[in-house]
Structure formats: C-alpha cells, structure tokens
Design a protein around this ligand. Structure first.
Ligand code: NAD
Ligand code: MG
Length: 360
C-alpha cells in the first residue's frame, strides 16, 4: 500500500492507495475522525450494486448506526434535487455534528457527497472512497460542488476530506471509456509536474490494456502526488493551482460547444492538451515533441484534433468565457518543458490561428 500525505492550509490528511485495502476502512475512520456518532455512505447505483454491501458489512461491526443513500449514476445527479434529498435523508436518520459522510464512487459522488458534508450543520467530516481513475483527481484537493443550470460546478465549497482510501481493486469493473477519461488527467499530471513520471507512462503504457493493478496503482500515486503538491501550495486557486487546468481551456470549450455528455471530459482535454502543447512550442520556440505526444495519445484511443463541426470562432468565444479569463485575454496553461507548466495570457489572434490548424 502507498500512503500519500496531503497537506493544505486548512487540513492535513492521509491517502491510502492499494489493492485489497478496503478492510482498513474502519481503522482509518478511527484514526482520522474523533468520535463518530453515525455514518452516511453516499454512492451511485452502479457502484452501489457492486461494492456497497461490502463497505456496509465492514462498517457495521464498529459503527452500528451506518446508513446508505444511493443516487442515480451520472453527471445529472450533481443537482440541487439530489443535494436536497441527501440532506433530508441525513436529517431523518438523525445525523448530527459528529457524524461522518463516506463518498463511495467517482467524481460525481465525491463532489455531491462532499458538498453535502461541507454544508450539513455547517460542515461535518467526510472520507473519499474513489472508484474511478478520474477520481484520483477529484478526490484530492477539497473542491466540492453541484451543478446549476447556468453552469457546471457553480455552487460549491472548499472542504477537504479527513482521509482518502483508494481501493485499486474497485476499478476492475470500470468501463474502458471511463478508464480512458481518467487516464487523460493522469497524463496531464505527468505533463505539468513530473517529467520522469510522464516518460514512465509513455514507456510502460502503450495501450490502456497495459494498465494492470500495479501500473494503475503507480499511476494513481504519481498523479495524485503532483496534484497534492500543487494544492498544498495554493489550496484556493489564488494562482498556481490554475496549472491543473492544462488542456482544460480548449477542452471545456469543446465540451460546452458539443453539449455536455457528447464527448468524455478526458477526450476533450486530450485535444486541449495537444493544442496547448503546440501553442507552447510556438510561444517559447521550444520543441516539446508534440507530434510524438499526439501519436501516443492516439494509441491510447484519444482524439487529438478538434471536431469538424465546431467553428474556431465559436471555440475562441467559449475560451474567453472561461472563469480564468481576465481583461479580455485568455489565460492559457502552457509548458516550458515536460513537467514545467506556466500561466500565460495569450492574444486572440494567435489562439485563433492555431485553432484553424487544429482540425484534421
Ligand atoms: P462518475 O462519478 O459519473 O463515474 C463515471 C461512471 O462510472 C458512472 O456511471 C459511475 O456509476 C461508473 N462507475 C464508477 N465507478 C465504477 C466502478 N468501479 N465500476 C464500474 N462503474 C463505475 O464520473 P467521474 O469521471 O469519476 O467524475 C466526473 C466528475 O468529477 C465531474 O462531475 C467533474 O466535475 C468532477 N471533478 C471534480 C474535481 C474536483 O476537484 N472536485 C476534479 C475533476 C473532476
Ligand atoms: Mg478535469
């Protein structure tokens, strides 16, 4: 098992990563939470069907008052409606200020359950039990949120978990599409913060089927370590944390223009990362081997060019609407080298010119 310590200004907490480690959950709860009166496990129906019983059985011995609430699977569950239902369930089961929430699932469950925990009786502890590869990203860092019709993740809080327990075995049932989506964030972490890890990835993982348990565990460990380092320096995104958005400025624009759900987040940011790499090469006049990186991306099954149906002007407009855009210029995350990300305002004209060259 690997243990990573996540340190932020507001909290320091352990993350366990390993295969066959779920049994350690009761002890981890005792080690990281003071007195726990009762526990609410929030999961989604797909994950619950496979792993909820196992978790509830583990809890029952030490924590008699353990309850579970299951939400529908998918992004639509990050809603006011589900948030309200979780709160109602928590209140009706008598949860109080010494209760604990467990988030058993991917980023959707983590974000929703975390926001429930952040606001229930002005905030109670929660523990993340991530079950997707993407959740190596979402389970660390303390951003929790639900969606509003006018924008994704618009209603939320910063609320760090008390601990994270990453059972690698749970990912054996993850559909390939979801694995790939999470893998894009793993690569991102290598590219922005750990050159050696990035080269390990390219060397050891030729296609996603190479991701056996051991490699998956190492990839999660390294990806999380980059994220943890960034978050420890800038918990509330006052500056540096923005580098985690590498590939996301164009990625988000593509997701929004196509309509959410039409493309996975990972596929969208894969296109965004290739674009950002090419832009970096132009701006810093430095060869980052973007063509060979694009070839690796293709082997993993990622798209690397902008979908034909999306006009460049529309995408630019979207990029300018990004939360991170200031004074009309788009704030791009670029690489000065593999493993070295910087934040830079870029002119519309340059963005558009490169966009025009980013179709097949
Ligand atoms: P998800 O939670 O919807 O999971 C994807 C799908 O896989 C779901 O259908 C789920 O039921 C299924 N699934 C989960 N685990 C499984 C398993 N072990 N076996 C089989 N099926 C399984 O999505 P996600 O990709 O994990 O997360 C996406 C969400 O994360 C988005 O809402 C995004 O905004 C959020 N996010 C948050 C942060 C953050 O910092 N808080 C960072 C990145 C992403
Ligand atoms: Mg992302």
């Amino acid at each position: 098992m690997d243990v990573v310590t996540i340190s932020t200004k507001s909290k320091t907490y352990p993350m366990y990563i390993g295969s066959g480690i779920i049994d350690q959950l009761p002890q981890l709860i005792k080690d990281t939470c003071k007195t726990v009166s009762n526990i609410l496990v929030i999961s989604d129906e797909t994950v619950a069907q496979r792993y909820l019983e196992q978790v509830m059985v583990l809890l029952k011995t030490d924590f008699k008052n353990s309850y579970s609430f299951v939400i529908p699977a998918g992004e639509a569950a990050k809603s006011f409606e589900m948030y309200y239902q979780c709160q109602t369930f928590a209140l009706s089961r008598g949860l109080d200020r010494s209760s604990l929430i467990l988030a058993l699932g991917g980023g959707v469950v983590g974000d929703l359950a975390g926001f429930v925990a952040a606001t229930f009786m002005r905030g109670i502890p929660f523990i993340q039990l991530p079950t997707t590869l993407l959740a190596h990203d979402s389970a660390v860092g303390g951003k929790v949120a639900i969606n509003h019709d006018l924008g994704k993740n618009m209603i939320g809080a910063f609320h760090q978990p008390n601990a994270v327990l990453y059972e690698i075995d749970f990912m054996k049932t993850l559909p390939l599409k979801e694995l790939r989506s999470g893998f894009a964030e793993v690569i991102k972490h290598g590219l922005i913060g750990d050159r050696e890890f990035y080269h390990w990835l390219i060397r050891e993982v030729k296609t996603l089927s190479d991701l056996n348990k051991e490699k998956l565990q190492y990839a999660v460990l390294k990806g999380v370590s980059v994220k943890a380092k960034v978050v420890s320096e800038d918990e509330q995104e006052k500056g540096l944390r923005a580098i985690l958005n590498f590939g996301h400025t164009l990625g988000h624009a593509i997701e929004a223009e196509l309509g959410y759900g039409e493309i996975t987040h990972g596929d969208a940011i894969a296109i965004g990362m290739i674009y950002a790499l090419r832009l970096s090469e132009e701006i810093f006049n430095f060869d980052l081997s973007s063509s060979s990186i694009a070839a690796s991306f293709k082997r993993f099954g990622f798209p690397v060019t902008v979908p034909q149906e999306l006009p460049p002007e529309k995408l630019l407009q979207r990029m300018k609407m990004d939360k991170k855009a200031t004074s009309g210029k788009v704030k791009m995350i670029l690489l000065k080298d593999i493993g070295k990300a910087v934040i830079k305002d870029v002119d519309d004209k340059q963005l558009l010119l490169l966009l025009e060259k980013s179709y097949e």
